[in-house]
Design a protein around this ligand. Structure first.
Ligand SMILES: Cc1ncc(C[n+]2csc(CCOP(=O)(O)OP(=O)(O)O)c2C)c(N)n1
Ligand SMILES: [Mg+2]
Length: 570
């Protein structure tokens, strides 16, 4: 039996979870925990500059390793600053353990200094949350939090620890085992048999892979099934990389910004095999018109997803990898020549246009030039906007856990801190963060963290002097009434980098842009590469919000900033 403070117990249990890195910011209500953390010999603390940054750094670690990321914030504003990163983790099913300090127990409910109801605020955006009552409870709570974050469908767990629980002494007789993902019972054989029979009987099947494939480590199992049964395969934004984009069976991303042939093939399919995907509206478009001719097999680890949006003919609750591994031996080797020929015809007739892909000065060309200068080991993160969609369309993503993007919440400000987390988790790999001039400013303070940690993060800033995706929507769907989306003044990003102590390359002025780009990507350490993008550029094709995926706009009406009737903002 040994006696420890709640803070010491917490740190010891985090060490036993093999947590290598924690991102956070200290404050009064969490100082006892920091005091104990300072004495840890195995945990490295990364000091973020904003708690949202800490949350996304932790997410970056989790997305790359598949293990829970950990972040810490103080009570009140520290905790509220974390909320966006927690909600983001919930929507993208990312395992995260967020620890917050709280005012002492006796002061809870008194509007004490820096008191907010963190438990209440985080309730709808976490998988589970705790307000810890006593120091001895921590020996149960901490391993349980890790188990819940990583079991089944992963997600964020919040642990709110009052300051006096952190200083309270408690006896520990036996240290509990680290919390781990609980095994899920296997789906019945009959369901797997039926799935195999449906796939065998189908004439025009399509495999539809979501983020669950990545979470379950099922990418190679999915490739094996696709190849055995010759299944054309579509991926969601979260599933990209599961099947290499250049694979002969890959139809790339479906949905709002997918290729026209991809959405048309889905329109014709007679069997949709959805695995670890949740029929998100950006993927399905108008749900009633999504895959209208198809029977559906839906495999998901979360029973709540089965039938949530589309009633499947066959629902299988199970881990994607387990189900795919068991499906494989039950499938015959198939050529499916007729269906694949039809898909190839759709590809020829309704291609994905990547205008000016050979010019490094165009969005697609720049993205391809970056890809060409990197190896397959590179990790790609993005912010949110046009640049994110251009990357999802044009970057040859070939590996799971190497593509980090905020899919469900679509959080501007995700890219840079997530890239820092990725680089901390995988220091030998190059991390590229594609960002926009709007998004980068949402967590710009983390450039100080990047400089301090000297992480190998390259920021590709696609500067269109606008909130481009908003500008595009106003151009296309609001009668060209561009309002509050074009910046009238823009920072000098290259000068800004100097202030943060980060190298910068302005591609605009570079004579050999390709060579300069490749050299900058090769140099270790943080760097920003700035490229001006025409404000009028659009991400196409695009399904208008609410429309069916077959109603894509393939060529949009461009709006040059000078020809727009700009609505006064003052
Ligand atoms: C935190 C947050 N606020 C607002 C939005 C809405 N939004 C989506 S894309 C976008 C524009 C992003 O601009 P930028 O980062 O410059 O990217 P671009 O579209 O220009 O490539 C906005 C405002 C959002 N997704 N996240
Ligand atoms: Mg922009």
């Amino acid at each position: 039996m040994t006696r420890h403070t709640g803070a010491e117990i917490t740190v010891r249990l985090l060490e036993r979870q093999n947590v290598a890195t924690i991102a956070g910011i200290p404050g009064g209500a969490v100082l006892p925990l920091y005091d104990a953390l300072a004495r840890s010999r195995t945990i490295r603390h990364v000091l973020a500059r904003h708690e949202q940054g800490a949350g996304f750094i932790a997410q970056g670690i989790a997305r790359v390793t598949g293990r829970p990321g950990v972040c810490i914030a103080s009570s009140g504003p520290g905790a509220t600053n974390l909320l966006t990163a927690i909600a983001d983790a919930k929507l993208d099913s990312i395992p995260l353990v967020a620890i917050t300090g709280q005012v002492p127990r006796a002061m809870i409910g008194t509007d004490a200094f820096q008191e907010v109801d963190t438990f209440g605020l985080s309730l709808p955006i976490t998988k589970h949350n705790y307000l810890v009552q006593t120091a001895s409870d921590l020996t149960r709570v901490i391993p349980e939090a890790f188990a819940i974050a990583s079991s089944g469908r992963p997600g964020p767990v919040l642990i709110d620890i009052p300051k006096d629980v952190q200083t309270e002494m408690a006896d520990v007789a036996d240290w509990p085992d680290p919390g781990a993902a609980a095994p899920l019972g296997a789906a019945p054989d009959s369901a797997i048999e039926r799935a195999a029979a449906m796939i065998e009987a189908a004439e025009r099947p399509i495999l539809y892979l979501g983020g669950g494939i990545v979470h379950s480590g099922a990418a190679s199992a999915a490739v094996a099934v696709a190849e055995r049964s010759a299944l054309p395969t579509v991926m969601t934004l979260m599933g990209l990389g599961a099947l290499p984009t250049n694979h002969r069976l890959s139809l790339g991303m479906l949905g709002m910004h997918g290729a026209p042939y991809t959405n048309r093939a889905l329109d014709e399919c007679d069997l949709l095999i959805a695995i670890g995907a949740r029929f998100d509206d950006r993927a399905t478009g108008k749900l009633a018109e999504f895959c209208p001719r198809a029977a559906v097999i839906h495999v998901d680890i979360d029973a709540a997803e089965l039938g949530k949006l589309r009633s499947p003919e066959l629902a299988i609750r199970g881990d994607a990898r387990g189900v795919l591994d068991r499906l494989l031996p039950r499938l015959r080797e198939r050529p499916r020549s007729r269906w694949l020929a039809r898909v190839a015809q759709l590809q020829r007739r309704h291609p994905l246009h990547l205008p000016e892909v050979d010019s490094v000065r165009s969005p697609y060309g720049l993205i391809r030039a970056v890809a060409a200068a990197l190896d397959d080991d590179a990790i790609v993160t993005t912010d949110v906007g046009q640049h994110q969609m251009w990357v999802s369309q044009a970057f040859p993503l070939r590996r799971a856990r190497s593509w980090l993007t905020s899919g469900g919440l679509g959080t501007m400000g995700f890219g840079l801190p997530a890239a820092i987390g990725a680089a901390l988790a995988a220091p030998d790999r190059t991390v590229v963060c594609f960002s926009g001039d709007g998004s980068i400013l949402m967590n710009v303070q983390e450039l100080a963290t990047a400089a301090e940690e000297d992480v190998n993060v390259k920021i590709l800033l696609m500067n269109n002097r606008s909130l481009g995706l908003v500008y595009q929507q106003q151009t296309l769907f609001y009668g060209r009434r561009v309002f509050a989306s074009a910046y009238r003044k823009s920072p000098d990003f290259v000068a800004l980098m100097r202030g943060f102590g980060i190298e910068a390359l302005d591609l605009d002025g570079a004579r050999d842009a390709r060579g300069a780009l490749a050299a900058a990507l090769r140099r270790p350490g943080p760097c920003l590469i700035h490229a001006t993008i025409d404000t009028a550029e659009q991400v196409l094709p695009m399904v208008p919000p609410g429309a069916a995926n077959t109603q894509m706009i393939v060529r949009g009406e461009r709006a040059e900033p000078h020809e727009l009737e700009t609505v006064a903002t003052e």
